[in-house]
Write a protein that binds this ligand. Structure first.
Ligand code: BTN
Length: 239
């Protein structure tokens, strides 16, 4: 499935480059990879600091808008499984922060767009891979890590790219076959079982994180025993 890999040097954001390719008509499963981003984007309007040595890619997937959460869950699982192949124990903090030892090493930003004939998911993945922790600004560094820092040596981004794409492709579920990737996500999601405080569009919600469903919603059990499903949000604290 993975098709053409479009390689770029310095870009604003690989997701933007991918959107440009969709507008010009592109083959599904085209991948954009850049060496550095100067306007890398994270979730909720945040920036994704993208120095050289990181792995920055966007996979262009033909997908219905309602299946965008599935693309996001699958990308998170693919990153965790790729890292575990390198003996690194990674987990996911809902919705899709990939952590090693509680520090963020990778993130996923999926954007849906309407193309000339169909819908597309731009699956953006950023991994702090082959650069030292000091390359990140001090305020991010406290809660982040890099693969070079964890492994104590250089990282081959080319190998990492290919194993990540293999893992993403092999885990990506056909419609109706979402069960295994959702189960795997629930296995590696470190948010589950914890008392959490979540900032949402509806305000702050507290509860025990119980599970994540195929829609990407997290289910919280509140103090009064009610179950609340959250489609979006940022975890402020995990107990
Ligand atoms: C997050 O954790 O907030 C998501 C970070 C996603 C970063 C990747 S890097 C490749 C792609 N291009 C972007 O501008 N963002 C995503």
């Amino acid at each position: 499935m993975i098709g053409n890999i479009v390689r770029r040097g310095v870009v604003d954001s690989t997701n933007e480059v991918a959107k440009g390719l969709v507008a010009e008509a592109v083959a599904p499963w085209t991948v954009v990879v850049a060496e550095k981003q100067v306007e890398g984007r994270g979730r909720s309007g945040r920036a994704w600091v993208s120095p050289r040595g990181g792995l920055y890619l966007s996979v262009i997937v033909q997908e219905d808008l309602q299946r965008l959460p599935m693309a996001s869950l699958t990308a998170g699982v693919a990153v965790v499984d790729t890292l575990s192949d390198q003996a690194l124990e990674a987990t996911i903090k809902w919705p899709n922060d990939v952590l090693i030892g509680g520090a963020k090493v990778a993130g996923v930003l999926v954007e849906g767009i309407v193309g000339p004939q169909t819908y597309w998911a731009i699956v953006g993945i950023g991994v702090n891979s082959d650069f030292p922790l000091e390359a990140l600004p001090r305020q991010i560094r406290d809660n982040a890590t890099t693969l070079r820092h964890e492994l104590g040596g250089r990282v081959d981004n080319e190998l990492l790219l290919h194993s990540l794409l293999d893992s993403f492709q092999s885990s990506y579920p056909a419609p109706g076959e979402e069960r295994s990737v959702v189960a795997r996500y629930n296995e590696v999601c470190s948010t589950l079982g914890k008392e959490v405080r979540v900032e949402t569009n509806r305000g702050i919600i507290n509860g025990k994180a119980v599970e994540v469903g195929a829609s990407g919603f997290i289910v919280l059990e509140t103090k009064n025993g009610q179950k609340v499903e959250l489609a979006e949000g940022s975890i402020l604290s995990e107990g």
